[in-house]
Design a binder for this molecule. Structure first.
Ligand code: PAF
Length: 293
């Protein structure tokens, strides 16, 4: 079946009807289940893996492509964020996506917009401490996408660990009838986590950027929070002396559901998470560890 591209709510509803998905189409209903993969475009192998996972959970997959102005700070890369729409459509077509939702900013946001989602205290820590308002912008657009596309399930990458934790929190706090599916981070053979922003990296930047995944690997070899952080910091400190240098925003070991720092006696899952700048590019990465006695 041909890929349908919808630009607004009425085109989306027509696309859903064309696929046989009713307004109240939920898992098991006639027409089958729909899974959404929300993206900002510039699709790469990581997005392909999200789409494939979505296909395992639903009869139809919708991909949204929207560079959301609300989640970028004033000095961030909104205007230079890569926009590769034609290539993105080819990826969607090749991966068997049923529909792409690609709204213009005016379709998503009224000029006198007043109301949005608050990410609460959890949205102000770790990544949120460096990007004020970022998670409010993410949750607001994700809720709007959920309301517009009306999927049964949605797939997000674990690479944005705090983002998916907050989306799960929003689904729980606001009783949204949507199943959230986490997808593992896809890496280059040398360990670099795939990201649309990797295309900003020069060859020299890319070498320094390998310190993020190397630090996570070194941290993961340890078992106690203090040792985990110490081992990861050692790698990052060395990269801070490289050319170009790595400039660390944070290295944190946090609870996966709340993103509060774990204590030394913590047992169970913890997320070791990093954000750093290399040249003009800000990168994030994380690994989920299980701390045992
Ligand atoms: O992860 C992303 O690409 C974005 O934050 C998302 C979830 C599509 C919201 O704009």
């Amino acid at each position: 079946m041909d890929l349908i591209v919808a630009r607004d709510r009425s085109e989306l509803l027509a696309a859903r009807a064309g696929l046989g998905i009713g307004r109240a189409g939920r898992y098991g209903a006639d027409g089958g289940a729909l899974a959404l993969v929300p993206t900002m475009g510039a699709l790469h192998e990581g997005h392909r893996s999200l789409i494939r996972l979505a296909r395992e959970h639903a009869d139809h997959v919708a991909v949204s492509i929207f560079v959301n102005p609300l989640q970028f700070g004033p000095n961030e890369d909104f205007s230079r964020y890569p926009r590769t729409f034609d290539a993105d459509l080819e990826v969607c077509e090749a991966e068997g996506v049923s529909m792409v939702f690609a709204p213009a900013a005016e379709v998503m946001y009224l000029p006198d917009r007043q109301v949005g989602v608050s990410s609460g205290q959890m949205g102000t820590v770790v990544e949120g401490a460096f990007r004020p308002g970022h998670f409010d912008g993410v949750l607001t657009v994700v809720l709007k996408l959920f309301n517009l596309v009306q999927p049964d399930a949605a797939v997000f990458g674990q690479k944005d660990a705090q983002q998916i934790a907050l989306i799960r929190r929003m689904v729980a706090d606001l009783n949204l009838p949507i199943t959230i599916i986490g997808a593992p981070t896809i890496r280059e053979p040398d360990g670099l986590a795939l990201s649309s922003r990797n295309r900003y990296l020069s060859a020299a930047d890319r070498v320094t950027a390998l310190a993020l995944s190397a630090a996570l690997r070194e941290g993961a070899r340890q078992t106690r929070p203090k040792d985990i952080l110490h081992a990861a910091h050692a790698v990052l400190d060395e990269a801070a002396r490289a050319d170009p240098p790595l400039v660390l925003d944070y290295l944190s070991l946090v609870h996966p559901a709340t993103f509060t720092a774990v204590t030394e006696d913590h047992r169970g899952e913890a997320v070791l998470t990093i954000a750093a700048k290399v040249g003009a590019t800000r990168l994030i990465d994380n690994v989920v560890l299980t701390l045992t006695p």
